[in-house]
Design a protein around this ligand. Structure first.
Ligand code: MSP
Length: 596
């Protein structure tokens, strides 16, 4: 460790404080590297690999905001792992087989593959335009996937877990799901006709009776129960794990895993029985293995699999899927991260209500980063949230344009920072011995920003991204308060002492901004890039290991001090005007006189 040369003007108390801070800093560094090891408990064993998936999306209709939400959450976790130095894989794609798609293609007058290809492309375009950085885009109509499904089926068959039987009961084509009588209720369709519907989804169900293949799901009830009890974080948040445990209190009937080919042609034929088609959910779930390389060489990725899913498909992922995997002798996913839904005007999004939010249109209106920030800042995994454009606008204006953007603007304005560099920090002016100019609140702010990475890590890891963003936002407010308190624009830069203090205030603020920009990368990648580039932070200085904050305060060198700022002085995030704003009297974005 390199110690800086101490100035003789330091008193004993100041020196003691200085040493205490050094010890604290060293402890925090150790703590952070310990956290890297702990946060992915299997880190050393698994060579820091991580594999995250979204559900694969049905291609019966165009993407909507809810689909983008699943993808944004998974993208955020993938980017977070990359930030931490993991080798991360991220898969998304489309679910193209089954009755629902067969019927949608028929209605569109297209053959199912042409129809699926068109809609699949739409999903892919949306994800690419919203910076969803998937490393693999899987379509269930691909040959590699068909091979994986056939192999998986044969393994279950050879183990005696699939048998020929007959199924009689309710089926919802919309949900591609079998239902027990207790899951079905009465309703009226739009023409007033009495129909049976799924109590959970509200979708129409039909009675079906046919010969098909059954999977011995009933044999897995106690093993599923044990898995959940022994792995408290297997399904997150906890309320969803409890819901699954509750389902497992009741008998699990065997599951039909094929449909007669005469009714369903659009799917993978059952190996050895071309009269039957593999059930679309068995087909779809295997996509996660296909991407991992199944049936060969899937070990590295499959051991570290994490699924992001919406609450509506919990049963398929937390009951059927683990049972299939146990049956096939494969490890279970590390975690299933469940999110709740977006409603519009308090109601489920649906074509018939005409309240479906088009993610293309809204990401254009609010920018990619804007929509990503809103979804992750307001989306709470445990409960549904309501989407209104007005709420989006207000949140983005307050937190991105005014608070974060305003802070950057203030601290890089030529009036305060004429040299356009990362200015020097003066230890005496910011000393903790009460003799400098820093106030107690300033030291509190430094402590809050210093512990921010640990706080953010905890929340990113548990998919409570909104809590991570809340913590960052609170720190941004504290830094704005710090700048406001010391009002560097009031200091006379011609006076050397005043200039040193002004530079110190700016240095501290830029250090805060560097931490915020680095931690925000998984959420708003474009904006973070602009922010860090403006601060002069290079591409290789933006990772988890670069989060040492305010090193000069601890007596070590700061690599950024004296470095020129990036030349792009444009706004970080432009204020969004309300659609109803008075067009004759548009509000100009406010820029205080001292920044002009
Ligand atoms: N194809 C199946 C998944 C198979 S995975 C092996 C499927 N597709 S889906 O297109 O209907 O839904 C995909 C995802 O979008 C699910 O996670 C679902 O929860 C999510 N959403 C659909 N509507 C939603 C909202 N209104 N709000 C948030 N997410 C929602 O299910």
């Amino acid at each position: 460790m390199k110690f800086p040369v101490l100035t003789v003007t330091w008193g004993c108390r100041a020196f003691r404080r200085f040493q205490q801070r050094r010890v604290l800093l060293a402890e925090q560094r150790l703590w952070r590297s310990a956290l890297i090891c702990r946060s992915s408990s299997q880190l050393c064993r698994d060579h820091r690999s991580f594999y995250i998936t979204t559900p694969i999306f049905y291609v019966n209709a165009s993407p909507h905001l809810g689909h983008l939400y699943s993808a944004v959450i998974a993208d955020c976790l993938h980017r977070w792992k990359l930030l931490q130095g993991f080798d991360s894989r991220f898969a998304t794609g489309t679910d193209e087989h089954g009755l629902k798609i067969q019927q949608a293609a028929e209605a569109a007058g297209k053959d199912p593959l042409t129809f699926s290809t068109e809609v699949s492309e739409r999903f892919k375009n949306l994800f690419s335009s919203c910076n969803i950085s998937f490393t693999d885009y899987i379509r269930t109509t691909e040959q590699r996937h068909r091979r994986a499904v056939e192999h998986f089926w044969s393994v279950l068959w050879n183990k005696g877990l699939i048998y020929k039987g007959s199924y009689e009961g309710w089926y919802s084509t919309q949900d591609e799901s079998f239902l027990t009588p207790s899951q079905v209720g009465d309703a009226l369709d739009p023409s007033g006709k009495a129909v049976k519907v799924s109590l959970e989804s509200g979708h129409k169900v039909e009675w079906m009776k046919e010969e098909n293949y059954m999977f011995r799901l009933s044999a897995f009830r106690s093993r599923l129960h044990d898995w959940l009890v022994e792995n408290p974080g297997a399904v997150q948040p906890e309320r969803f794990q409890l819901a699954v445990l509750q389902w497992l209190q009741e008998e699990l009937p065997d599951l039909s895993v094929s449909r007669q080919r005469s009714r369903l042609q659009w799917g993978v034929p059952v190996p050895g029985d071309p009269e039957q088609t593999v059930y679309v959910w068995l087909d779809a779930l295997v996509n996660y293995l296909t991407v991992a390389g199944y049936p060969e060489g899937h070990g590295q990725w499959w051991r570290v699999a994490h699924h992001v899913i919406g609450k509506d498909i919990l049963k398929f992922h937390a009951v059927y899927w683990p049972a299939f995997l146990l049956g096939a002798g494969l490890p279970l996913p590390r975690a299933i991260h469940v999110h709740s839904h977006w409603t519009v005007g308090g109601r489920k999004m649906s074509k018939s209500l005409g309240n479906v939010v088009d993610p293309f249109e809204h990401s254009r209106m609010f920018t990619n980063d804007g929509i990503r920030y809103f979804l992750l800042r307001q989306g709470v995994p445990d409960s549904d949230c309501d989407y209104t454009p007005d709420k989006v606008r207000k949140l983005l204006n307050a937190e991105l344009a005014d608070s974060l953007g305003g802070l950057l603007n203030r601290c890089t304005a030529p009036a305060l920072n004429p040299a356009q560099v990362y200015p020097a920090f003066c230890c005496q002016a910011f000393s903790g011995d009460g003799r400098g100019r820093a106030a107690a609140e300033d030291h509190h702010m430094v402590a809050a920003v210093r512990s921010l990475p640990t706080v953010v890590e905890k929340h990113y890891e548990s998919m409570h991204v909104y809590k991570a963003l809340e913590a960052i936002s609170a720190c941004v407010r504290q830094t704005n308060g710090f700048v406001q308190r010391h009002a560097p624009w009031k200091l006379d830069r011609r006076d050397a002492k005043e200039r040193r203090w002004s530079d110190t205030v700016i240095h501290v603020s830029l250090e805060c901004l560097r931490i915020y920009g680095t931690l925000l990368q998984p959420v708003v990648p474009e904006m973070s890039d602009r922010l860090l580039t403006r601060l002069g932070v290079r591409a290789h200085e933006r990772s988890w290991k670069d989060l040492d904050f305010l090193q000069r305060y601890d007596g070590t060198d700061c690599p950024f001090e004296g470095r020129p700022l990036g030349s792009d002085s444009g706004l970080l995030f432009s204020r969004l005007e309300s659609q109803n704003a008075d067009k004759r009297n548009p509000k100009k974005s406010k820029k205080p006189a001292h920044l002009k």
